[in-house]
Design a protein around this ligand. Structure first.
Ligand code: SAM
Length: 189
């Protein structure tokens, strides 16, 4: 029996209700000179549309085909219907891999992080952004998602960093208000 996908349902309204990130936030996190970017769980391209300049090629990988369909309105992306637990890309395909507000939605977070790290090229950067579950407003969102049967599972910054350390990464954690970032630069070959 086909299962209900919350994001297929939310896709037509998603960009109207979720604000865009602050100008240049991801440009500064991604850094200059980066060409091949994977936005994993990238949905409608809400975030990576900011990165569409300077000859960058951006691929969105998402399990919701309807979210990807709406990405066409946001720009010229490569779009791949895929679970982030098993990405259809060769090792080292991207100079930067980002996952924004999606890690708590995937079924297997350990496998997802392993895949994101695998497809990242030596010298590249992995960027994970998540709502900070240690903050009260995010705990309330988590409760709402539980009631909506979204099966979300929020990790703390330290838990994400711990999983990445298990892959040999040396992650750095940043926090601002209700958001956390875990950044990991892959050593050059
Ligand atoms: C809250 S949305 C965030 C979308 C986008 N990153 C943004 O910030 O606008 C979460 C996205 O993760 C996707 N997603 C959930 N589980 C996934 C999985 N296992 N593999 C790929 N995408 C997944 C959903 O379809 C949805 O588009």
């Amino acid at each position: 029996m086909p299962s209900f996908d919350h994001f297929d349902f939310l896709a037509p309204w998603y960009d109207r209700f979720i604000d865009s990130p602050p100008d240049d936030l991801f440009l500064s996190l991604v850094g200059a000179g980066v060409r091949r970017v994977l936005d994993a769980g990238g949905g409608t391209g809400r975030v990576s549309r900011q990165l569409q300049a300077d000859g960058r090629w951006i691929a969105l990988a998402d399990s919701s085909i309807r979210m990807l369909r709406h990405a066409i309105l946001a720009g010229d992306f490569g779009r791949v219907g895929s679970q982030t637990e098993q990405l259809p890309f060769a090792a080292g395909s991207f100079d930067c891999v980002l996952m924004v507000d999606a890690l708590h939605h995937v079924q297997n977070q350990r496998q997802t992080l392993s895949e994101l790290w695998r497809v990242l090229a030596p010298g590249g950067r992995l960027i994970i952004e998540e709502p900070d579950i240690q903050r009260l407003p995010v705990k309330l969102i988590a409760l709402g998602e539980k009631l909506a049967l979204m099966h979300s599972h929020f990790l703390t910054a330290e838990q994400i960093a711990g999983l990445l350390r298990g892959l040999g990464a040396e992650p750095v954690i940043q926090h601002k208000e209700h958001t956390l970032w875990v950044l990991a630069d892959k050593p050059p070959a």
